[in-house]
Design a protein around this ligand. Structure first.
Ligand code: NAP
Length: 308
């Protein structure tokens, strides 16, 4: 199995697998490629994963959104064209997210839902996967991640591998795994993670970690793209970012999100404000110059805003 996965990955990396994201409902397309695994398609606004599925490159994060606030945020996001939704068992909102998806006019196959198993579920991963499927109630799960490293994480990952084989989950990955953790973890599993989701923003850039993960054919997604609640004012008010935003007639949030995309990092900003949700999708009508990218890269302070 390991060898098959390695051959699959190498082939997809070399030749590409499918025309990326032609339509999310042709999600498992295996026709010859215009895009390679991990290469962002800015036209179609998505990326081909090493699992063969395509994933949008901008989405919405749902940490701390609950009940009607959560349902309304998801509805606003779907109405704004967002097709990538990030949730987790730990956020306690999979039920609301499933309801909003079932209630919307967008076809299920066009929506990409990520959820996560928390370490306190690693001792009973099969039941935890069933719980996520039941709570979301949207048929299959597009992507499931292990939320953090923890006791039993290899067994939990193996249970996710089995769920892929059973057709319950389409792609799997990890969150809060860094270079050392990956080097230890990867030899113990069969299916290469399709995604690693880590904290990434201009004050905490992970410039050593991102290229390492990407070199493995794994797509990187950033959490707290705007710094996280309690930290957004500093980032959105940063002089360099504000100046670049003014030069492009966009908002500081849009500059930060676009900077991520140009680094090959998928963004999932959290918001319950419909105006922000829409604004956070408008990232494709401007491009940061190399100099602007360098100026934002120079803001790195190794300032992590959350630990696990
Ligand atoms: P974030 O996206 O960095 O920031 C969210 C904050 O930014 C909210 O207060 C939101 O307020 C504000 N905001 C959003 N868009 C804005 C805009 N255009 N202009 C001004 N303010 C804006 O933080 P986050 O939501 O905590 O993180 C993003 C997602 O990452 C989470 O929702 C979650 O899905 C994921 N995450 C994963 C992990 C992990 O361990 N894997 C950890 C943390 C988070 P409004 O509601 O007013 O717009």
């Amino acid at each position: 199995m390991k060898r098959i996965t390695a051959i699959f990955l190498t082939l997809t990396l070399l030749f590409g697998l499918a025309a990326c994201c032609e339509a999310m409902d042709a999600n498992h397309d295996t026709t010859p490629a215009s895009s390679a695994v991990g290469v962002f398609d800015f036209e179609a606004r998505c990326v081909l994963l090493n699992s063969g599925y395509t994933m949008p490159i901008n989405g919405i994060g749902t940490y701390s959104l609950h009940d009607d606030v959560c349902r309304n945020s998801i509805t606003a996001a779907l109405n704004s064209g967002v097709r990538l939704i990030d949730t987790a068992h730990a956020y306690g909102n999979e039920v609301e997210i499933g309801e909003a998806i079932r209630d919307c006019d967008v076809a299920r196959e066009e929506i990409f839902v990520i959820t996560k198993l928390y370490p306190d579920q690693f001792s009973h991963p099969e039941a935890a996967i069933e719980e996520a499927l039941e709570k979301l109630d949207i048929g299959y799960i597009d992507m499931m991640l292990l939320h953090h490293p923890g006791r039993g994480d290899v067994d939990a990952y193996r249970a996710m591998e089995q769920a892929v084989a059973d057709g319950k989950i389409r792609s799997i990955g990890l969150s809060n795994w860094y270079v050392e953790e990956l080097e230890e973890f990867l030899p113990q599993i069969d299916i290469m993670p399709a995604l690693v989701q880590n904290e990434i923003h201009p004050y905490y850039q992970e410039n050593d970690v991102i290229p390492y993960i990407q070199s493995l054919g794994i797509v990187v997604q950033g959490w707290y793209p705007l710094g996280g609640r309690g930290h957004t004012a500093a980032l959105l008010g940063d002089e360099v970012i504000s100046q670049i935003a003014a030069d492009h007639a966009v908002s500081p949030a849009q500059v930060i999100l676009r900077w991520n995309l140009q680094k090959g990092v998928v963004v999932i900003p959290g918001s319950s404000n419909p105006d922000h949700i829409l604004e956070n999708t408008q990232l494709y009508h401007f491009e940061l110059t190399e100099d602007e990218m360098r100026r934002i890269n120079a803001l790195d302070r190794n300032e992590k805003h959350d630990w696990y």
